[in-house]
Design a protein around this ligand. Structure first.
Ligand code: 13P
Length: 343
């Protein structure tokens, strides 16, 4: 796999007017979300739910790639067809979450380091053979009293860069995801400072590890006030702050940016993404990278709440999933509006 091929895959994922669907919840996270809607928390319902997603009619019109979890990439439809095959046949590129989760960072109370580098080269080779063409690694950065520490940002940036270099060696496009978390009372301005500092750290390390920026996708948080911050900015203000931060820090060579949703309400995530793409389209803006989405909750949540583990709800849930995918695709063109939610 040459760097040109990696760049072509990255372009197909985020430069084609579509976005990514993250369906890579670990079993623990998936079970937590199932418990919240009253769905049973065992392997078969997890498989059935992923079948619901992967077989949603016309999903590929809005979705270019889907991120899977290790259990899911080895599973398939009830008739035995592997999900990798189902997605590929539909024109959706399969990807894989390869980190093994965020664990407490020693000596840094309240902070986490994402693990999974040990044995990663062999796992990537295996995932490529199964059919994955891109990967994901998520680092989490908490904002709090004196947080994040330099140690936390530095350790996570280093791990992200080591992961990204290994992915490119294996022919997989790395999605580099440093998530500054929404939890807390912090202001939007504080989130902006922390997001910029984190991204600076990440791009320094990517450079040090020789990662080719044309062959990565950045998956950042939007710049938002903390969940418990009393001052709430408008959609346009959030979009402006986010675009400003990205322009300050993200090199133009990066293939594309695909936002995580981070627990934002589905419609708000679409509206904010739309507002950013309106900025991108405004005269003189000339952003160097496409601004796409790589949402899990903001695409799946309405469908999950309809499904609740019940077979007879599959079709209605698929319609809700397709609707969110269509709304977010429209947001990439600056063509999303609240009126779409009423159709
Ligand atoms: P959310 O969109 O729910 O934040 O998930 C995206 C993701 O892939 C988290 O790693």
């Amino acid at each position: 796999m040459t760097m040109l091929e990696l760049a072509a895959t990255a372009h197909q994922l985020v430069g084609s007017g579509k976005g990514l669907l993250a369906m890579d919840e670990s079993n623990g996270t998936c079970d937590k979300r199932f418990a919240a809607v009253g769905a049973p928390q065992t392997e078969e319902p997890r498989r059935a739910y992923r079948e619901l997603i992967a077989t949603t009619p016309r999903l590929s019109e809005s979705i270019s790639g889907a991120i899977l979890y290790d259990e899911t990439i080895r599973q398939g439809k009830k008739d035995g067809t592997r999900f990798v095959q189902v997605l590929t046949d539909a024109g959706i590129i399969p990807g894989i979450k390869v980190d093994t989760g965020a664990k407490p960072l020693a000596g840094h109370p309240g902070e986490a380091i994402t693990e999974g580098l040990d044995g990663l080269r062999a796992r990537l080779r295996d995932y490529f053979q199964i059919g994955a063409r891109f990967a994901k690694w998520r680092a989490v950065i908490a904002i709090g009293d004196g947080l994040p520490s330099r140690g936390c940002v530095g350790a996570n940036a280093h791990a992200l860069a080591r992961y990204a270099a290994l992915c490119q060696e294996a022919g997989l496009v790395p999605i580099v995801e440093p998530e500054v978390l929404m939890a807390g009372e912090h202001t939007l301005e504080r989130c902006q400072d922390v997001t910029e500092a984190t991204l600076h750290g990440v791009f320094n390390e990517l450079y040090a590890q020789g990662v080719i920026l044309e062959g990565i996708i950045l998956k950042p948080n939007m710049v938002l006030p903390g969940l418990n911050c009393p001052h709430r900015q408008t959609v346009a203000e959030v979009a402006a702050a986010t675009v400003r931060s990205l322009l300050r820090v993200v090199p133009a060579a990066v293939a594309g940016i695909a936002f995580l949703s981070g627990g934002q309400a589905s419609e708000l995530a679409s509206a904010r993404l739309n507002a950013m793409n309106l900025i991108a389209r405004s005269e003189g803006a000339q952003l160097p990278w496409p601004l796409a989405f790589s949402f899990a909750r903001a695409i799946q949540q309405p469908a999950l709440e309809i499904w609740r583990g019940q077979e007879r709800q599959v079709e209605a849930a698929q319609q809700a999933l397709a609707h969110r995918a269509i709304c977010n695709k429209a947001a990439l063109q600056g063509e999303y509006s609240a009126a779409m939610e009423r159709t």
